[in-house]
Design a protein around this ligand. Sequence first.
Ligand code: ZN
Length: 258
Amino acid sequence: MPLVSDRCVCLRKVAYSETSQILLLFARNHGLVRVIAKGAHRTTKAGASKFGGGIDLLDLADAVFTHDPERELSTLTEWSLRDGHLELRNHLRGMYLAQYAAELVGLLIEEHDPHPDLFDRLEFTIKELATARAEEAFLAFELDLLRETGYLAELVQCVACGREAATSEATYFSPGRGGVVCRNCEGVVHDRMGIDLRLVRLVQGIMKLPRANGTAQRLPRLTRHQTDPLNRLFADHVEHTLGRRLRLLRYVLASDSG
Ligand SMILES: [Zn+2]
């Protein structure tokens, strides 16, 4: 079977046996790839395991694996760690956001469907999450991911009547309809929730920012007061569309909101 090498981020891992792991990798040029890392936990007499002591979530590495899109599971043969994100692992908030980003990527893109730009965005964002720019870096990545995968909610036009929704003072969001609802239509949409118009405008502004190297430039500094309701809104829409719960969402939102 042909071997390929690619730059990868580990999005998910489960122990498969005492010595092996099954990993979901996001590979820059191959999209999502499921691999088995045989002997990942086994140490040699020299004290080193084949994959340097096991592979962690979010690790960035140059990997070599068997490639056959017909098969569900590829075999990992090499894993040369480039970044274990030691700094991020000391930032609890950044770590939660990074793991949540990994969960979203693992759910929203298809296996063997390459998204190199999104890969670069994720690699950049994981670094940013270890800094004071974590909130805005995560939100900007989330918007790019949702836009590229077709899961971005409608934030300009009312999903019921098509008029621009963000002009009236009260705006709602409907996870079921996947977008904002204007005041005239509040009576006909039943799963609506109130959303602060300033937050809708904030997102619209971020989406219009100039970009360099695929990344929005001059992001405004954001606080959780702003990002929690937005992360909640996008998650509601994704959960409704996929028909499943996002496992790590509760670590990302303040405890009183869910
Ligand atoms: Zn309307």
